[in-house]
Design a protein around this ligand. Structure first.
Ligand code: DC
Length: 231
C-alpha cells in the first residue's frame, strides 16, 4: 500500500536520454505511488523488432509503414510489458540491438503518430510514463513532468556496469560510442525530438543516488499538492 494519497488520474511524465535512469526512476515512482508504469520505449523496440523479423531494412520507411497496422494490431502493451501473440516478449526487446533498431523506427513521423492514441488511452486513468516526448507531445497536459539527465560518460558507465553484473562482456568505449549515436538520433530528429518540456523539472542524476532522485520528485509532487502523506 502506498504511504501517499495521490490525486486521481495523476499523470507523471519522465523523459530523458538512454541511460539517464528514467526506467529505474519510473519503476520506483510507480511502486511509491501505486501507479502503473508505462515504458514507451518498448513500443518502438517492438516495431523495430517486428520490422526486422519481416526482413525490412529500417531505412525503408514506406515498407515499415505498410506493415505498421498489422504490427500494432498484434501487440498488447501493458504496465507489465509488451505481449505478442499472447507471449510476453519484453525481455527480448531489452538488448542493445533492439534499442538501436527502435531509435531508427522512432524517427519515422507516421510511426510516432500511429502510437499516440495507444499511449494516451493507457495513460488516461493515471500513470507514470517514461520516454522521450511524453511531456512535450504524448501527454502535454500531464500534471508533473521531469526531465532526467546524466553526463554521457556516466550513462555509458551505468550501462557497462549493468552488463558486467549480468556476467556479460562489455566494452566501455564501444558502449559510449553507441550511446553517442543514439543520443544524436533521438535529439536531432525532426519529429518529436528528445527535449525538455518548458514546464518540466530538470534533474541531473550524474552524481545522485536513485533514491535521492525519487526523494526529489516526491518533494516536488508534495509541494504542488499532487500527493499528500497519509496520516
Ligand atoms: O527508452 P528506450 O531505450 O527503451 O527507447 C528506445 C528507443 O525508442 C530510443 O532510442 C528512442 C525511442 N523512443 C522515442 O523516440 N520516444 C519514446 N517516447 C520512447 C522511446
Amino acid at each position: 500500500m502506498s504511504r501517499w494519497l495521490v490525486t486521481a488520474g495523476l499523470q507523471l511524465a519522465i523523459d530523458g536520454p538512454s541511460g539517464s535512469g528514467k526506467g529505474t526512476i519510473a519503476k520506483l515512482m510507480g511502486e511509491e505511488l501505486c501507479l502503473p508504469v508505462l515504458d514507451t520505449g518498448l513500443l518502438y523496440r517492438f516495431i523495430g523488432w517486428r520490422a526486422d523479423e519481416a526482413g525490412l531494412t529500417l531505412d525503408d520507411e514506406q515498407a515499415v509503414l505498410q506493415i505498421l497496422p498489422t504490427m500494432i494490431s498484434t501487440m498488447a502493451w501493458k504496465a507489465q510489458g509488451i505481449f505478442f501473440e499472447q507471449k510476453d516478449c519484453t525481455s527480448l526487446l531489452r538488448s542493445e540491438s533492439a534499442g538501436s533498431r527502435a531509435s531508427k523506427v522512432a524517427a519515422m513521423p507516421q510511426v510516432r503518430e500511429a502510437l499516440l492514441d495507444v499511449q494516451r488511452e493507457l495513460a488516461r486513468l493515471g500513470c507514470v510514463m517514461d520516454g522521450r516526448d511524453i511531456g512535450t507531445v504524448v501527454l502535454p497536459e500531464a500534471q508533473a513532468k521531469f526531465y532526467l539527465t546524466a553526463s554521457q560518460r556516466e550513462r555509458a558507465r551505468r550501462r557497462w556496469s549493468q552488463l558486467k553484473e549480468q556476467g556479460k562482456n562489455a566494452d566501455l568505449e564501444r558502449i559510449a560510442a553507441e550511446l553517442k549515436d543514439r543520443d544524436a538520433r533521438d535529439m536531432d530528429r525532426d519529429c518529436a525530438p528528445l527535449e525538455k518540456a518548458k514546464d518540466a523539472v530538470h534533474v541531473d542524476s550524474t552524481i545522485m543516488r536513485m533514491d535521492d532522485v525519487v526523494e526529489r520528485i516526491l518533494n516536488v509532487l508534495e509541494r504542488r499538492k499532487l500527493i499528500t502523506k497519509k496520516l
